[in-house]
Structure formats: C-alpha cells, structure tokens
Design a protein around this ligand. Structure first.
Ligand code: ZN
Length: 232
C-alpha cells in the first residue's frame, strides 16, 4: 500500500474538524502521551514510534535537532521514500530563520508592516512546498512524509484563531489537490504535532477507516509500517 502523510504543524484539532477535506473518513485527537509539544521532539517521536530512542530533547535547538543515523524510522521500511522538510530529519532551510523569526516577533507586537511581510514570507515557503509535494505525489514513491509549517508559523505571528481559518482553507485545498492525483490504493494520513501556540490539541485524519480512536503519537509507527508492507 502506498502511504502519504501530510504533517501540518500546529493544526489544532478543535479547528481542523470544521473542514470536511481535513476530517476525511476517520479523524480524532492525538494523545501526545504527556510529552512536551515541541515540534522536532514530537515529529521525531512520531517517526520512531518511541520518545526515547531518537535522543532529541524538547529543549534542543529545533533548527539543529536531527534523528541520529542508525535509529530506525518509518521511512526505513519504505522501498522508495520521499521525506520533505521534516523537522528532526531535513527541515526547510527557512524554518527558524533569524530574519523571519524577527518578523514574527514584530508582527506579534502589532507592527502591521512586519505582519504583512511575515505572512508573505510564510506563504512563499508554503507555495514552494506545495509545488514539490504535488510533483512527489505524481511520482512513484511508496511513502511520502511532507511537513508544512504554515499554521504553526501563523499562529505564533498572528495570535488570532479566526484569522487562521483562511489558511486552514488553503490546506484543505491542498488535500483536495492530492486526492485528485492519488488512487484507491493510497492511504492519505494528516497529522499535527500540537494545536495553536503549542496547546496539546494534535489532530489526526485518514482517507481510509483504520479503526484508530484517539491514537497515541507513538501508535502511527506500527500502523504505517504495516500499511507499507501490505501488498496492494
Ligand atoms: Zn510544531
């Protein structure tokens, strides 16, 4: 079975469930098992199925945190994996970029010009990632793991749940675009690592009924490895 995982950083369960394309066939909140909802730490835990094997700490520098070579992750089970901008593996070069972080901080203090520029920079990253993802979906990868920082970045910069909704619409449209390309033998999973401003409202959905209800962040490892090994 082919598996595509869209990792929408900061997509908040309480808001994601309002969008049909994001809810898909099956959805629920993810149990973060009491772990600190720090981006690289949670995604490394997701990729390894365990919070203790990857050595990344919640307090580590997010830009530098990497799962060490030799630690087995989900993508080691794929024949032809494609990993795009994943924190703890190969984060986008502009994640935690100093100039953009400065714009985010200025935006929070009500600087309108900084806010506009911050949104523009964040959307530029998103649009580039969108194009790369859609090319990958059209190729023959059996596993795609694609991370998008859009919601998390804007939740920190705008601090306004209502203003974020139009960016949920953008991600809904991206999900629809992916769905128009894939066939029935592709499992499309959406996950997030936490809600707005790192509140523990992580979200999960799938285009197939996997029977998961409030899965633990560590549960996806076995689920995805099993799907990859299913012969379809
Ligand atoms: Zn995050």
């Amino acid at each position: 079975m082919r598996v595509i995982v869209l990792c929408f950083d900061g997509m908040d369960y309480r808001f994601a469930i309002k969008f049909r394309s994001l809810r898909q066939e099956e959805y629920s909140r993810i149990d973060l098992c009491g772990l600190v909802p720090s981006t690289s730490y949670i995604f490394a835990t997701f990729l390894c199925g365990d919070s203790k094997v990857h050595g990344i700490k919640p307090t580590d520098n997010q830009k530098l945190a990497r799962i060490p070579k030799g630690v087995k992750t989900i993508y080691h089970y794929a024949k032809k994996p494609c990993v795009l901008s994943m924190p703890s593996v190969n984060p986008h070069p502009l994640y935690w970029d100093q100039r953009i972080v400065s714009l985010m901080i200025a935006s929070r203090t009500g600087n309108v010009k900084a806010r506009e520029e911050y949104v523009r920079e964040t959307l530029k990253i998103f649009n580039g990632q969108r194009r790369i993802l859609l090319e990958a979906v059209k190729s023959d990868y059996d596993l795609i793991l694609a991370h998008f920082n859009l919601i998390d970045a804007l939740s920190h910069g705008l601090r306004d749940d209502r203003a974020l909704m139009k960016y949920y619409v953008l991600l809904s449209k991206l999900v629809d675009e992916v769905k128009r390309i894939i066939d029935e033998n592709t499992v499309l999973i959406i996950i997030s690592d936490h809600g707005h401003e790192h509140k523990p409202y992580a979200f999960y959905s799938c285009n197939k009924r996997l029977g998961l209800r409030n899965p633990k962040i560590t549960d996806f490892y076995k689920v995805i490895v099993d799907l990859l090994q299913e012969k379809k």
